[in-house]
Each structure stands twice: as C-alpha cells, then as structure tokens.
Design a protein around this ligand. Structure first.
Ligand SMILES: [Zn+2]
Ligand SMILES: [Zn+2]
Length: 264
C-alpha cells in the first residue's frame, strides 16, 4: 500500500469518528447523541416486548431452571464477546468498508484506553444490542416459526433471554473495566458486580491490554480459560503478521499517536 492509499484509508476510517480525540477529531453532534438515545429507547422497548413474549410463552418452571439458563446464557454471551474481540484484534484493515473501519477503530483502543469509556451509554449499548437482537433474537425466533422446530421453551427460554440481555451489555461492561462509572454510587455498584464476576474486573481485562494474546472476553470473563486455550491451540498460528500479538505489543511500546497509520 503506497502512502496515498494509506492516507485515503485513514481519511475514510476517521471520517465520521464520533469520539472526541484529545487533540484531533470531532465531537459527536448533539443531534446524533439524541438520535442514538431515541433509537436506544426504541430498541430497549423491543427487548422488553420480546422478553415478555418469551416469558409468557414459557411454561411455569422452577427457579433453578431460570438460574441454570441464566448462567449458561451468561457464559455463551461472554464466549461470543471474546470471539468477536479476537476477530477485531487480529482481522486486517485494508479496505474502504464499514467492517474494516470498525476493526481499525476498535484496534485503536489498544493505544487509547479511554475511547470506549468516553462514549455515552446509549452509544455503548445500542450497537451490540442491535446486532444481538437481530442475530440472537429475531432470526432464531423467525426460523423457529418458519421451520416449526420442536423447540421447547421450557428448555431454552431462560438461556435465550440471558444470552440476549448479557450480549447487549458487552461494551458497557468493557467500558466499566476502563473506569466508565464516575458517580460514587455507580462506582460502588460496578465494583461489587466486578468482584462477584458478573462484570469483567479491570485486572482481568488489563492483562489483555498488556499481553494481547489472552483474556479476550469483555463481558464477565467466565469463558476466558476456554478462549485462551482455543486461541493458543487453533488461532494464533493463523494470525497475519500485520496484526500478530508480537507486532501489536511492539506497536504499543512505541507510543503511537493519531491517526495510527502504523496499525493499518
Ligand atoms: Zn483487544
Ligand atoms: Zn479494553
């Protein structure tokens, strides 16, 4: 890639970047902030309606079934957050398309830890919540009806809802691991949830930032032992030299700065 192509890519990747950069970049316009807040409220309403529909369709079941389903859903949501994170960290960005833009901007987080934590809650929640709602909620519901699968809601209702809700909060949990909670009461509650391992503790996620090749999950960390094994045994050998953990660690030591041409 020559320098003109690199500049064009960087212009495209940073073009509408809404996170205000300390020295460069643009703030998210107020209208966009309110638009995202409105969309997030509509989506939250859809989550509530979907949840009510599943709960009403589920037969009465003991609390233990809900508990087991909730834990299994929390584990799988964490696993999905870790697999997505692996793809983001090791996928290359060399094309002008929204996916490559997202990969590039997400990898900048390794150099600017404050980036997710600076976003407002609606922005942090909306994007993963929308993809989870479509992929984990609507599509399985639609396919289940279309194929008239013999799915017993008694077996999957609690798991399904837990997977959906936990997945929607992945970026909020990640931002909390980077100190998003500022109000003393919020900070206390978040710390307790992190201690109980319902949210990923900063120490566990911090290891990923130091070593790159481990602790990929960003939700609660329950799946990290499994994901760390999968990465070492099945994935690390296939990572491109452009995004290898060793290369990324070396990049971090260089104190790179905006617009991060080196990580393209
Ligand atoms: Zn990462
Ligand atoms: Zn992080």
């Amino acid at each position: 890639m020559d320098s003109k192509e690199k500049q064009e890519l960087l212009d495209y990747y940073w073009g509408n970047e809404p996170v205000y950069h300390p020295t460069e970049g643009i703030p998210m316009p107020r209208r966009t902030v309110w638009k995202i807040r409105f969309l997030a409220m509509v989506l939250l309403g859809s989550y509530v309606v979907f949840t009510a529909a599943i709960v009403m369709a589920s037969p009465p079941m003991p609390v233990i079934s809900w508990l087991i389903g909730a834990l299994a859903g929390g584990f799988c949501a964490d696993l999905l957050s870790g697999l997505t994170h692996m793809y983001i960290d090791f996928g290359t960005s060399n094309r002008k398309n929204p996916i490559h833009k997202e990969l590039f901007l997400s990898r900048v987080h390794h150099h600017e830890l404050h980036r997710p934590a600076k976003l407002n809650y609606a922005s942090l929640w909306f994007s993963p919540a929308l993809s989870s709602f479509i992929v984990l909620g609507l599509i399985p519901a639609f396919l289940g009806r279309l194929l008239t699968l013999p799915v017993n809601l008694e077996m999957i209702g609690p798991f399904w809802l837990s997977l959906l809700w936990f997945s929607s909060f992945s970026q909020v949990a990640h931002a909390y691991a980077h100190g998003k909670a500022k109000h003393p009461v919020a900070r206390k509650v978040v710390r307790s949830l992190q201690k109980m391992r319902l949210l990923i503790p900063p120490k566990v996620h911090g290891k990923h930032h130091r070593e790159i090749d481990c602790n990929f999950s960003v939700l609660n960390g329950w799946s990290n032992p499994l994901l760390n094994k999968i990465f070492k045994k099945r994935i690390e050998a296939h990572v491109s030299s452009n995004t290898s953990p060793a290369r990324q660690k070396a990049d971090m030591k260089q104190n790179l700065s905006y617009p991060y041409e080196e990580i393209l």
